[in-house]
Design a protein around this ligand. Structure first.
Ligand code: SF4
Length: 445
């Protein structure tokens, strides 16, 4: 029994081994078949690629061939066309020759006439075109009509300017006269101040009556001209010079302009910087001319301050501005023929500040500054100055200033200038508006 059992076990083991071997064989076989399949697939792929490549090359070749064929055909056609064109031209020339031979004299004449007619037509057209072009050029060259032309109506302009000079030299504007009479009323009776103001009043009346200069010094001639675009400043200046020379001959102006180096006086009031003309273009269709005759005595007491001013304790603010203006008034006492009017500019540079301060003198004395702080300062300066006791001509009294006008310009952060132009009681300022023919339309002030 024991032997039988042992044999059975051995048999079982043997069968197991056999089955294992079979299984491993099967696996190996499967692997081989898988490998074979993949190899087959690869080869198949390669083959397909080769086929595709072959097809592509075939197509390319075919395309090239077709292109060549098409190109050949095209060239053939071109050549054929050229040949036919040559033949046609040959035929035409032959026909012409034969036609020439067959043409009768009358026909040739007609043709000649026709040709002449056509050439005439062409000539006419060309002349028309050329005349049109020249006309256009001519119209382009001629400048557009100016609304104000100093040259076209120079005689009228001369008369207008001469009248403006006469008026300014002999007559104070109404707003100035009014303030002077108010100052006279203010002064105490039988004082030097009242005496000085009475002389000024008499002077004003006499000059107006006789149409003669208010003062022996007819001052620097300052023109301020506002004009529309296109205004010819050069032509205008020429007429101004003529009018100034004439006004000097008549006596509206003193022979007042001398060479700064030699002192020579050519007795014309015309030279470098004289008269001083400031042009400003504006949007209006008018020409407005303002004239200021500014005496030398009052010009001498003009002043310019750079703030901060440590001696006066004047900083870069309106209080500092106030301090330097009152300092200038103090320093002008007894000079400059007060009572005076101040034109002041805050800001700008040294040059623009002074010019702008003179432009403040173009304002009416009874106007109001549009900047509230400056309007307050203007009134404050006049009332404070009139309490200093300097008075007319420095004789003491209640009227040191007749007015103060303050303007403002932008400045550099590094600078803060206050420029002061002092105008004497002979505050000669007038203005005119021109008509289109340069005659006076109306007076300003
Ligand atoms: S400062 Fe005036 S008032 Fe005095 S002399 Fe000159 S122009 Fe005449």
């Amino acid at each position: 029994m024991a032997k039988k059992k042992a044999t059975k076990k051995v048999a079982k083991k043997a069968t197991k081994k056999a089955t294992k071997k079979k299984a491993t064989k099967k696996k190996a076989a499967k692997k081989k078949t898988a490998k074979k399949k993949t190899a087959k697939k690869k080869t198949a792929k390669k083959a397909t690629k080769k086929k595709v490549a072959k097809k592509a090359t075939k197509k390319k070749v075919a395309k090239k061939a077709t292109k060549k064929k098409v190109a050949k055909k095209a060239t053939k056609k071109k050549v054929a066309k050229k040949k036919t064109a040559k033949k046609a031209t040959k035929k035409k020339t032959a026909k012409k020759k034969t036609a020439k031979k067959n043409i009768t004299p009358q026909k040739t004449k007609n043709r000649v006439v026709k040709r002449k007619a056509t050439t005439k037509k062409v000539a006419k057209k060309s002349t028309k075109k050329s005349t049109k072009k020249t006309a256009k050029k001519a119209t382009k060259k001629t400048t557009p009509q100016l609304s104000f032309d100093p040259k076209a109506h120079s005689a009228n302009l001369f008369d207008s300017l001469l009248e403006l000079i006469r008026m300014t030299s002999a007559e104070l504007p109404n707003d100035v006269q009014k303030v002077i009479l108010e100052a006279l009323e203010r002064e105490e009776k039988n004082t030097s101040a009242e005496y000085a103001m009475n002389i000024i009043k008499a002077n004003i009346e006499l000059a107006m009556k006789k149409s003669q200069p208010l003062c022996q010094d007819t001052g620097t001639i300052l023109f301020f001209v506002e004009h529309p675009a296109g205004f010819r400043q050069g032509d205008f200046t020429k007429v101004v010079h003529k009018a100034v020379i004439k006004a000097t001959e008549i006596g509206y102006l003193r022979q007042n302009s001398v060479d700064s180096l030699t002192g020579e006086n050519k007795c014309m009031n015309v030279g470098p910087g004289h008269p001083d003309i400031h042009f400003h273009e504006h949007d209006k269709d008018t020409v407005e001319i303002r004239l200021v005759l500014k005496g030398g005595g009052c010009e001498n007491v003009g002043a310019q301050y750079a703030l901060p001013h440590t001696e006066l304790g004047a900083g870069r603010d309106l209080d500092g501005v106030r301090k330097v203006i009152l300092d200038a008034v103090q320093k002008a006492q007894g000079k400059g023929c007060g009572p005076g009017v101040l034109g002041v500019t805050i800001g700008g540079d040294r040059g623009s500040g002074y010019v702008h301060s003179k432009e403040q003198l173009l304002r009416r004395l009874d106007d109001e500054n549009t900047i509230e702080d400056l309007a307050t300062l203007e009134k404050d300066i006049v009332s404070t100055a009139n309490e200093l006791g300097i008075g007319p001509m420095g004789f003491g009294g209640k009227t040191t200033l007749l007015g103060c006008k303050i303007g403002v310009l932008n400045r550099l952060p590094a600078s803060y200038f206050v420029s002061i132009s002092y105008m004497c009681w002979a505050y000669r300022r007038h203005g005119i508006v021109l008509k289109k023919d340069n005659s006076i339309s109306k007076t300003l002030y």
